[in-house]
Write a protein that binds this ligand. Sequence first.
Ligand code: AMP
Length: 190
Amino acid sequence: MLNIILFGPPGSGKGTQSEKLIQEYQLVHLSTGNILRDEVANQTTLGVEAKKIMDAGQLVSDEIVIGMIKSKLQDNPQAKGFIFDGFPRTVAQAEALDRLMSELNTSISMMLSLEVPEAELKTRLLKRGEIEGRSDDNETTIQNRITEYKNKTAPVAAYYQQQDKLTAIEGVGSIDDIYAKIQSSINSKL
Ligand code: AMP
């Protein structure tokens, strides 16, 4: 199986690049942000609680997102592999993901980390807020999300670095140029 973690701060292009990757490599896309937004849209009990946390720019509890990923993995026993987008966001989530992968007799193949300067992230997210109307793409929430990323999520890269699975990708430039760098990293490991 090809199991890729697409990593990076909010606004680094994980969703955009994931769309291209799933087409080319026929992977199942698991985005915890998208799953949570579906819960919010359906006004489930989880969605109503999660919306408050998401609008504050904080992280939803590890237990909830790990449970969501576990059930999506179980829903896709025939998958050729997975692309994890926005997960894991804490070291505890990374440890849980390793355990879930080993229960499926597989493992994480690689983490690709999109690197984008903070000023560019803010510009992109504000623009996306105008276009898509996501309620967490406003100035205050963006700042909180970036702070959460630095404090809780950035250490996840070191976790995969220790396993020799981390590749940094410069995430500034055209979507196609960035995708070409991602492709060549993946193809060099296949
Ligand atoms: P995203 O679309 O990945 O930027 O996620 C939007 C929001 O959903 C985040 O700001 C968090 O509040 C929540 N979220 C998404 N994925 C996770 C995760 N793996 N752990 C905790 N919270 C998450």
